[in-house]
Design a protein around this ligand. Structure first.
Ligand code: TYM
Length: 332
């Protein structure tokens, strides 16, 4: 099988403004490979209602995510782009996959453990608990071979593999087992102000720990210049001892393609101020490109046409897979 017959798929939850972490951890790796695979990217909008959300904000975030895909280089000629909720099969297969999953498996998911801690007092929402099997359905519906994601989603893709194998064992071969693709650099960009957290989406652009893809360039530069570092003043990659500088080295490496080794050599003897300026230059150059494209793609009629076309194509494959699963289960 050549790669063009193999399927690559990924998605982003429209739960706030997209970040540099989303780009470097997932979208960039998808874009650079989209020609080699039969490629699908979708807006994971059903995943954005695991917690209550203002409907107008959600609508805007969905449009924003779509326009961002295009602005980041997703090419509708190469890639099927769609919105998850436009393809009903996601919900049905998600339901079926939930029933293949053990409570213990879901309780062990790191994302669940992290997020449920902060929800504890008000009661933990079921959506947060059961979204991994929906994610499994997203992946399995398209016979996906490779899923480029950031490190935080690796466990969910591994669960997808387990569920696929469990289903195939119980009911006969129905799904293909997907592999995760984690980029060697940039797979976990940390919050610039709080190095114990990853850089997360949010609706607050003044959030100094997160670079948003639509940040004003001056603000993005300010965020990088005020990133937390250490007092050693040596540009050296050491995630344990120097998480702040290592994070900035990763950002520079993933943004430009330069190796960590070469960055360390190039900045030997250079102070943190100059190093941060170089990181800010590279990030601002990237953001400027993305933002210029974004302005072109933000027209909703163009987006809607692409989404309609994408959903039509996605439905064909998704309905075939769902039919296969129903036949296997005895529902047909
Ligand atoms: P989401 O929306 O949280 O994140 C989208 C993608 O960005 C990656 N990412 C990061 N990578 C590096 N550093 C960071 N700080 C960082 N923050 C986020 C995530 O790992 C992810 O790849 N459940 C998924 C969406 C989803 C999905 C799917 C993905 C639903 N169905 C099927 C792949 C396949 C999510 O919430 O991603």
């Amino acid at each position: 099988m050549n790669n063009k017959e193999k399927v690559m798929l990924t998605g982003v939850r429209p739960s706030g403004n997209l970040t540099l972490g989303n780009y470097l951890g997932a979208i960039k790796n998808f874009v650079t490979r989209q020609k080699q695979y039969k490629s699908y990217i979708f807006v994971a909008d059903l995943h954005a209602i695991t917690s209550p959300r203002d409907p107008a904000d959600l609508r805007a975030a969905i449009d924003d995510c779509m326009a961002m895909y295009l602005a980041c280089g997703v090419d509708p000629e190469q890639t099927i782009i769609f919105r998850q909720s436009d393809v009903m099969e996601h919900g049905v297969l998600g339901f079926i996959m939930t029933f293949q999953t053990h409570m213990g498996e879901l309780s062990r998911m790191t994302q669940f453990k992290l997020k449920s801690q902060s929800m504890g007092k008000h009661g933990i929402e079921t959506g947060l608990f059961v979204y991994p099997p929906l994610m499994a359905a997203d992946i399995l519906l398209y016979n996906t071979a490779i899923v480029p994601v950031g490190l935080d989603q690796q466990q969910h893709v591994e669960l997808t593999r387990d569920l696929s194998q469990r289903f195939n064992k119980r009911y006969g071969k129905t799904f293909d087992d997907p592999d995760v693709y984690i980029a060697p650099v940039g797979n976990k960009i940390l919050n610039l102000q709080n190095l114990s957290e990853k850089m997360n989406k949010s609706d607050d652009e003044r959030n100094m720990g997160t670079i948003f893809l639509r940040d004003d360039l001056k603000l993005a530069r300010k965020k990088i210049m005020s990133a937390v570092t250490d007092s050693e003043s040596v540009v050296r990659f050491d995630e344990e001892a120097k998480p702040g500088i290592s994070n900035l080295i990763s950002i520079l490496a993933a943004t430009t393609g330069e190796s960590i080794d070469s960055i360390e050599k190039r900045f030997a003897g250079v102070g943190y101020g100059d190093f941060k300026r170089a990181v800010a230059d590279a990030v601002c150059e990237l953001l400027a490109k993305i933002q210029a494209n974004y302005a072109r793609f933000k027209q909703t009629d163009v987006l809607n046409a692409i989404l309609d076309d994408g959903a039509t194509k996605a439905r064909v494959v998704a309905s075939e897979t769902l039919n296969r699963a129903k036949l296997a289960l005895g529902l047909k």
